[in-house]
Design a protein around this ligand. Sequence first.
Ligand code: GLY
Length: 376
Amino acid sequence: MSGRCVPPMPQAIWVDPGHDAAYPVYVGAGLDIPTLLRGHVEGRQVLLVSDEQVSGLYLDSTAAALATCGVAGLGCAAVPVGEGSKSLQQAGLLWDLMAKRRFPRDGVVLALGGGVVGDLAGFVAGVYHRGVQWIQMPTTLLAQVDAAVGGKTAVNHPMGKNLLGVFHQPSCVLSDVRFLSSLPMRDLRAGLAEVVKHALLEGEDFFSWLEQAAPALLARDEVALEEAVRRCVHLKAAVVAADEKEAGQRALLNLGHTFGHALEVLGDYTVLLHGEAVAVGLAVACRVAVALGLMERAPQERLESLLARLELRPALPEGITAAAWRAAMSGDKKVRRGELPLVLPRGIGDVVLCTAYDAAWLETVLKDFLREYAIL
Ligand code: GLY
């Protein structure tokens, strides 16, 4: 017998933030892209947004898949690689293109790329015509486990990262772990930092699975990668369903990020990848939690040893001081009435928001952390 080998339809993980915005996230290795896309794009204009690197790898195959879906028209745009593309200027270029093509209200923007492309394309889709549909096809681990799910879209402003944005949920997410075969090792590890974050939030089952799956993940084993993405998406779907606009529970997803974002700023966004900064942020969040008496040493040591096994111990921006680190944290957009809540773990699977700390004391903990980090 002969015939086309059709991959089985993967089970969707549904994200339902309410207001008729529920959407499926498909996770798999070798997804049947045309079948999964057709219902969303048939008879519609599509604008495919990627970056100059991803387009060289996956634009042709994605355009070919779209061509079999009966789209009414296809435009493509590839933005420069890197955080610099998350700008109003770049968004403006895409809006110009859409306006010139008379991109209609029922058109669909398809984001093919990592977090930068997803954040930018989602923002462009969220504002154009007060919101057109968009689909995410994340090609990095970081985007598959975090950025592509939950509808946060944004561009940066000189005064802050993600300062201009909208919540705009996609109508579908296709996360194919085969895309990760072309991901540079450094980016794969950076994505694993967000997996560690989700495991620390979720609890013992996920965390111990991750401890044993670490070698397989580093070896890009597809089964392990699919499992990691699935576990993260399940967790994130539950959080977004409960608190789409980050009024409460969703803030816990920022675990490690307040410390990490400040490091990104101090490195001018060129020293550390976002996931690398999150890895350091997770380690320091655990140190702070132990110093505050919130957490025992044992889970902190487990976290640090897991990060070490995943080779997540990046070099920090040169000459960084605890004072500069803390000062950079006070520029965080989560500051409310002069207070910066920290997301801190009390144990694996038990994370809280904490404002009961003294800023000068925090600086001494950061200082100890930096001293030890330099020695180890
Ligand atoms: N990346 C955190 C969130 O989506 O809320």
